[in-house]
Each structure stands twice: as structure tokens, then as C-alpha cells.
Ligand binder design. Structure first.
Ligand SMILES: Cc1cc(Cn2cc(-c3c(Cl)cnc4nc(-c5cn(C)nc5C)[nH]c34)cn2)no1
Length: 270
């Protein structure tokens, strides 16, 4: 997709199979007719967005994602609208959501987990350098494109710091204590989510998962999680240095990249 801005319409694309469904619409495989470039076309209902007062959040998503160019961040090439829908022209990730990959494999090996986590860290460094907090790092928002992990869905991203309350929807498992306790928060909430993500890759379920939301909150606030014995000491230490109650005691992204767990597997992946 060339970089110069142009006015796109639905007639510029041949629409293929459905790739996914979300609260406000669907994502379809699509091919741009002139260049045959393959994209993922997200089609969102204007009515549902307005009824849910999500138009400002969608504007923020477009503003943030359209300006980010990084190999581990899903590209937003452009957008357009018609009478009923808003369309986002997104990079297509051929291997789909990491969420499905993880459910099929149940849990990832340590080398695979370390490789994926390192790519997520690289994406987060780009976001934080641009003063952006993602706020929704989880397997559902990570896509796999031939082994290259892409952070997608910037619907909850904001500029740091903020006390803006994220209306809780979807999983609670990734919420950090400072959000559970309604405190001001900053980019270090993404560091916490990185620790939760690492645990879920290695164990197959998030560390604080409980049947009742109240119990999940209690376990998050109390940092009550167990690491199975099959997890290596290095991975255990990596997780523990991110799941800290005090956001400023959490390992920096630079320290995470140099942590023995990532260094060990980076050399083995060569
Ligand atoms: C609405 C709505 C749905 C979603 C979640 N979602 C994301 C995608 C998606 C995107 Cl944006 C880009 N590339 C994708 N590749 C796949 C895919 C590939 N395979 C083999 N299987 C799938 C699925 N999905 C992609 C689809 N849904 N966000 O907002």
C-alpha cells in the first residue's frame, strides 16, 4: 500500500473470507484491485459506535496506529467511510491471533515464549518512546505474521500518563493493581501486562485467573500467583521482576531485553 494519502472506497477492494468478529463489526480478508495487495479490512458499524459513544476512542485508535511504523506493530494503511460503516485498512497477518495458537498448543515452549515476548518488548519500546500506553496487551491482541508478532487493536491506547478510567470490559486478568485500586497509572501498566503475558504463554492460563471477578481482583492486589515447577528459574525470575505491586519497581523494557531468560534463548534461536 503506497504511503501517499488517497481517498479509498469499498469499490477499491475485492472482499474475501471473514477473519474475525468484534463488538462493532467484522474483519475481512481483502485485495486491493489495482495492486492486488492483500489487507485485512475492518468494517465498523457507525450506528453501533455512536450508540456506544465509541467514536472518540476510534479516532484515537486511528490517530495512534496510523502514525506507528514498526515491524512488531500492525500497520494501519488508511481508512474511509460510507453511509453506514467506517473501514480500517489494516496489515494482514497470515497466521492469525496468538490467542488461537496458544489454545491449540495449550502452552508455548520457553524458547518460543521468549522469542514472542522479546518481539512484544520491541513493540512496547516503540509505543513508550512515543509516549503511548497500549493498555490492552493480551494474546487476543497479538497477531502472528510468519513468526513476526504484531501488536494490534489500539482501541484502548492513550497518551501517558492518565487517570482516565478504562471502562472494564473483557478480561480482568491483565489489569494491574494500580488500575484495580483506581490509582493514576502510566506506561508501567504495560510492563505488568508483559509479566502476565509471559506467564500465560508458559503456563497456558493467566496467573490470577479465578471463577469470580472479585477473587481475580483480590489475587491481583495481593500478587497471589503460583508458578508451576516446570518453569525454569530464569523465566520465574523474569515474571517476578514484572509482577511488582509498585509500578516503578517493575523491570524496565531495556532490563527485560537483557534479562538472562531472554539472552539464553536469543542465543539458542540463532
Ligand atoms: C471487528 C474486529 C475483529 C477484530 C479481531 N480481528 C483481527 C483480525 C485480523 C487482522 Cl486485523 C489482521 N490480520 C489477520 N489475520 C487473521 C487470520 C489469519 N488466519 C489464518 N486466521 C485469522 C483469523 N486475522 C486477522 C481478525 N479479527 N478486531 O476488530
Amino acid at each position: 500500500m503506497s504511503n501517499e494519502p488517497r481517498i479509498w472506497t469499498l469499490q477499491d477492494f475485492e472482499i474475501g473470507k471473514a477473519l474475525g468478529k468484534g463488538k462493532f463489526g467484522h474483519v475481512y480478508l481483502a485485495r486491493e484491485k489495482r495492486t492486488h495487495y492483500i489487507v485485512a479490512l475492518k468494517m465498523l458499524s457507525k450506528r453501533q459506535l455512536l450508540e456506544s459513544r465509541m467514536e472518540r476512542q476510534l479516532r484515537r485508535e486511528i490517530e495512534i496506529q496510523s502514525h506507528l511504523k514498526h515491524p512488531n506493530i500492525l500497520r494501519l494503511f488508511g481508512y474511509f467511510w460510507d453511509e453506514k460503516r467506517i473501514y480500517l485498512i489494516l496489515e494482514y497477518a497470515p497466521n492469525g491471533e496468538l490467542f488461537n495458537e496458544l489454545r491449540i498448543e495449550r502452552k508455548f515452549s520457553e524458547p518460543k515464549s521468549a522469542n514472542y515476548i522479546e518481539q512484544v518488548i520491541n513493540a512496547l519500546m516503540c509505543l513508550h518512546e512515543n509516549n503511548i500506553i497500549h493498555r490492552d496487551i493480551k494474546p487476543e491482541n497479538l497477531l502472528n505474521s510468519c513468526g513476526v508478532i504484531k501488536i494490534s487493536d489500539f482501541g484502548w491506547s492513550v497518551h501517558a500518563p492518565t487517570t482516565r478510567r478504562k471502562t472494564l470490559c473483557g478480561t480482568l486478568d491483565y489489569l494491574p493493581p494500580e488500575m484495580v485500586c483506581r490509582e493514576e497509572y502510566d506506561e508501567f501498566i504495560d510492563h505488568w501486562a508483559l509479566g502476565v503475558l509471559t506467564y500465560e504463554f508458559l503456563v497456558g492460563e493467566p496467573p490470577f485467573e479465578s471463577r469470580e471477578p472479585r477473587e481475580t481482583y483480590r489475587r491481583i492486589e495481593g500478587l497471589q500467583y503460583n508458578v508451576p515447577s516446570h518453569i525454569s528459574e530464569e523465566a520465574r525470575d523474569f515474571i517476578s521482576k514484572l509482577l511488582k505491586r509498585n509500578p516503578y519497581e517493575r523491570m524496565s523494557l531495556e532490563e527485560a531485553l537483557e534479562h538472562p531468560w531472554l539472552v539464553k534463548h536469543r542465543n539458542s534461536m540463532v
